[in-house]
Design a protein around this ligand. Structure first.
Ligand SMILES: O=CC(=O)O
Length: 269
């Protein structure tokens, strides 16, 4: 799991270690330099969790824009009678809005498909650029990083956490976003500078955020994020469906069995 840091100390403590099979698509918690130098095979679980994670990103976007969790809290706290007017408790339409995808990988592209089905315009920015054919097929348009942040009504993050992406979404990128824009993160918490995000939300520069991942996990109820009505929080559960978790478990076991039989795992890092 991404919470278990498999660093050099852990690896070296297991003298006969031949394989590591992580139950996740992310593998930044494993010291790959160390596994490589020791000939240890590493398996991971991509693809099987693509749809579930993109579904959750979409659910979060809908939730924060249509104020679903906020409405739920309102009823439970007995506040419905205060919001009866036609202009009370307004959300934001998805249709015709521009959603910017940072990281057009498997999950980002699956999210893009759903956004198009909801009548949204989709732009993207990534490490590399897709081919023209891929862009045409996906119906998405490449933009610069600055454009992604300045032109999107919603930015959804689908990038891994690396040295390059650490704190990438910081004060200066957030300041480029439209006032009233939303941010959704189902990738890794540390790609956003969380303090800068809290400030942007407190200042009203952003309309809201929907987050499944955090700088430090688990996030405590005392976090300023947990005190804001316009922030939707879920406990790192992008791949958490019965079907997906079962497929991940099967793949993780298969990877391990193949590695122990001296073969390259089906999904090897
Ligand atoms: O965060 C979850 C994963 O990497 O699979």
């Amino acid at each position: 799991m991404p919470y278990d840091t498999i660093d050099r100390e852990v690896i070296e403590a297991a003298a006969d270690l031949r394989a590591i099979s992580t139950y996740s698509v992310g593998y930044e918690h494993i010291d790959l330099q160390c596994t490589k130098s020791r000939g240890i095979l590493v398996g991971y679980t991509p693809d099987v969790l693509t749809r579930a994670t993109a579904d959750l990103a979409f659910a979060l976007m809908l939730d924060v824009m249509r104020r679903v969790s906020e409405g739920d809290r309102l009823i439970r706290s007995g506040g419905w009678q205060q919001v009866f007017g036609p202009c009370d408790f307004l959300g934001t339409d998805l249709e015709t809005k521009t959603v910017g995808i940072l990281g057009p990988g498997r999950i980002g592209l699956s999210f893009a498909e759903k956004a198009q089905a909801f009548g949204m315009k989709v732009v993207y920015h990534g490490n590399g650029r897709l081919s023209e054919r891929q862009e045409r097929q996906a119906g998405i348009e490449h933009v610069s990083l600055n454009q992604l942040f300045s032109e999107s009504d919603i930015v959804s993050l689908h990038i891994p956490h690396t040295k390059r992406t650490h704190d990438m979404v910081n004060r200066s990128l957030l300041a480029k976003m439209k006032r009233g824009a939303f941010i959704v993160n189902t990738s890794r918490g540390r790609v956003i500078n969380q303090k800068d995000l809290v400030l942007a939300l407190q200042n009203g520069d952003l309309a809201g955020a929907a987050l499944d991942v955090f700088y430090d996990e688990p996030l405590g109820a005392d976090s300023p994020l947990a005190k804001m009505e316009n922030v939707v929080l879920t406990p790192h559960m992008g791949s958490s469906t019965k079907e997906t978790r079962e497929n991940m478990a099967r793949l993780a076991v298969l990877n391990l069995k193949m590695a122990m039989a001296g073969r390259r795992p089906k999904c090897a890092v």
